[in-house]
Ligand binder design. Structure first.
Ligand code: HPA
Length: 251
């Protein structure tokens, strides 16, 4: 079963035929909102708005463990996460879609593992390739079929937020090899791996990162929100195509 986690600008999937909603509970607390179960292009999916349906949960307060745990409990084995990012690499202009292939974790103070008790059954998960290869490829081929430009690969720097970054921080992330910066990639990516789920992300560049492009002295959140909203139609076109491919695969 496929799940789609929506971020800024994506609190609903326009063409999802909703069959039911379910409030979930987990040993880690409640997920960001009720799960929406439905059919997207003949494919059963679960949709969850990461920041809540009213966009009220900031990135550092998202209960990532509850979200992933509850999805896993529902039989989800593939997760496509949509998130917005600031572009660090010169070609990552606002409006660009990219499927990251690596991630660096700069977050702190988040509940970032299910192995939080002394327990001999804990696992050192392999995180060499943080994103699922097959799912990444499916997104990229679906984007081509949907005639949407979507870049293949890039390093995502995950910060805690909710504040944006200083120019010096962005310079540091770039020296470290980061191409884009966002606030929700971790621990979502590693928690999915802990639960043996395939996880890939569509990152939507909504602004130049601090000190890049036209952002030399500040970021307008109004522009960020508008850019996010405008890009989500293209993201949905890709997601719908992913579902066609998935449905074909199953049959
Ligand atoms: N920095 C951090 N997170 C973000 C940004 C940014 O510039 N844009 C969207 N999410």
């Amino acid at each position: 079963m496929l799940a789609i986690i929506g971020g800024r600008g994506l609190t609903e999937l326009a063409n999802l035929e909703i069959t039911h909603r379910q409030v979930m509970r987990t040993p880690f607390g409640e997920p960001s909102g009720a799960f929406l179960f439905g059919i997207l292009n003949q494919q059963e999916v679960i949709f969850l708005a990461r920041h809540g349906y009213g966009y009220t949960i900031p990135p550092h307060l998202v209960n990532y463990r509850a979200n992933l745990w509850a999805l896993s409990e529902q039989g989800v084995d593939q997760v496509i996460a949509v998130s917005t990012v600031g572009g660090i690499r010169a070609d990552l202009l606002p409006g660009t879609l990219v499927v990251p292939d690596q991630i660096i974790d700069y977050t702190h103070g988040r509940e970032d593992t299910f192995f939080s008790m002394r327990d001999s059954s804990y696992k050192n998960i392999d995180f060499t390739l943080p994103y699922a290869r097959r799912l990444r490829s499916r997104i990229i081929s679906s984007a081509a079929q949907a005639q949407q430009i979507c870049l293949d690969g890039g390093v995502y720097a995950a910060t805690s937020g909710p504040r944006l970054d200083s120019i010096a921080e962005i310079n540091r992330y770039q020296r470290d090899g980061a191409d884009m910066v966002g606030m929700t990639g971790m621990p979502e990516t590693s928690l999915a791996r802990e639960l043996d789920m395939d996880y890939a992300s569509i990152a939507v560049v909504v602004n130049y990162a601090a000190g890049r492009g036209d952002n030399q002295s500040g970021i307008s959140m109004e522009v960020v929100n508008t850019t996010a909203r405008l890009a989500m139609g293209r993201v949905c076109a890709i997601l719908e195509r992913v579902c066609v491919e998935e449905a074909c695969d199953v049959s």
